[in-house]
Ligand binder design. Structure first.
Ligand SMILES: *Cc1c(COP(=O)(O)O)cnc(C)c1O
Length: 287
């Protein structure tokens, strides 16, 4: 909702378009909301490096004018950091921000997991925010709150977004108690993220050593395993862990996604690696 409010607040003159990552949350997992709420066309872009958008990716997709009435001009660039746990470098964001300024368009950042990016890169959230006109931060996910997200922008932007929030049906008077959970998470959970990331990297390194392949580099709390050739091993691992009380994530974009959080211990990582070793040994014998 926070992303959708940001888009609605930025968009002002339909028909218009939004350039975004082809696998981004706002394109894939928000029910086509931009077309419904904001009458905007999304232009999904596959990054050339397969992971994060760069200035040249954006330039390629950007629609500068209506082309004689055939096209919806781009009025917003939407970024995502982290993307599936991978940190988007601040330098790439700065270059995109410079391009957006040249073209007089706004930039939104879906920073649902920007807490993770800041924790691992050491780049402060305010520096990422400097690159964009609006920023969404999620308080559930790795921060562990029951619910909640933050939308950040100029005072004028937020005033307008509040108006739309009411229209969207989100005009709560009772949200303060949830804000308290958010403050707790910022003080107490956020500082634990580095340790969670280290555990995720140890898990990934261990799985790779056993012959599993990563779909994406592991920067933060997410380990994405590539499907073939290890599909059988992945399913066997899921089945082996379930009786031990370890529920491995879902298949996501054809990859097995394992996400760690602050309540996952070193012992739990050891259990997963030990079962993975047994699975690989067993499958090796069957061959
Ligand atoms: C989960 C997620 C969202 C939505 O966040 P909520 O606070 O759960 O609504 C948006 N973007 C990304 C990248 C996410 O992972």
């Amino acid at each position: 909702m926070s992303n959708q409010l940001a888009i609605r607040t930025h968009m002002r003159d339909p028909p218009e378009s939004i350039v975004c990552h082809a696998q981004s949350h706002i394109f894939q997992y928000e029910s086509g909301g931009a077309s419904l709420h904001s009458q905007a066309q999304m232009i999904p872009v596959r990054p050339r490096d397969g992971v994060n958008l760069t200035r040249s990716d954006i330039e390629r997709a950007f629609v500068g004018d209506t082309h004689g009435g055939h096209k919806a001009p781009t009025h917003l660039i939407s970024l995502e950091n982290t993307f599936s746990g991978v940190v988007m470098p601040i330098e790439d964001m700065q270059e995109i921000a410079a391009f957006a300024r040249e073209r007089h368009v706004a930039v939104h950042l879906d920073g649902a997991r920007l807490w993770d990016a800041a924790a691992v890169s050491g780049v402060e959230i305010r520096r990422y925010a400097d690159c964009v006109d609006s920023l969404n931060l999620c308080l559930s996910k790795g921060m562990g709150c029951p619910v909640g997200a933050l939308l950040v922008g100029s005072a004028e932007f937020i005033q307008k977004a509040r108006h739309f929030r009411k229209v969207f049906g989100g005009g709560w008077r009772q949200a303060g108690i949830l804000a308290a959970a958010g403050l707790f998470a910022i003080e107490h959970i956020w500082p634990t993220m580095e340790a969670t990331h280290r555990r995720a990297v140890r898990l990934a390194d261990g799985l790779v050593a056993l012959g599993f392949e990563l779909a994406l580099p592991v920067h933060t709390s997410m380990v994405l395993l590539r499907d073939p050739p290890a599909m059988r091993a992945q399913q066997a691992l899921i089945d082996a862990l379930r009786p031990k009380g370890v529920v491995l994530g879902n298949f996501y974009e054809g990859s097995l996604r394992i996400v760690l959080h602050h309540q996952i211990s070193d012992e739990c990582v050891d259990i997963v690696l030990e079962e993975a070793r047994k699975v690989i040994e067993l499958l090796g014998k069957e061959k």
